[in-house]
Write a protein that binds this ligand. Sequence first.
Ligand code: ZN
Length: 107
Amino acid sequence: MNMEGKLCGICDKGRLHAYKDEITDGIYVDAYKCDFDPDHVSYTAEVMHKVEAIQRSTSVERHLVKVGSSVAAPIPSAIVKALRLKPRGRVFISAQGRRIIIRPAPS
Ligand SMILES: [Zn+2]
């Protein structure tokens, strides 16, 4: 299904335009970006199933938990061990498009 030029289903304001979305390192899928807010990304149902399958095979799903006015994502124990993370350890968090990057502070 071609969604080019269709109304954005997130904001109902912008129009969708085709582009290649990098869902994980070096893996691109057909996606549509809203011209009103570029953070609004849509996939066809077929591509959405593919994206979910790839994300399940390359990452661990967690629910965000509320911490004051922020939210936190529990980091899986395998990653905690592999990166030798400690409670109260410092990390740097940034957003790159629709990805959240968490880097341990140098120790
Ligand atoms: Zn939109």
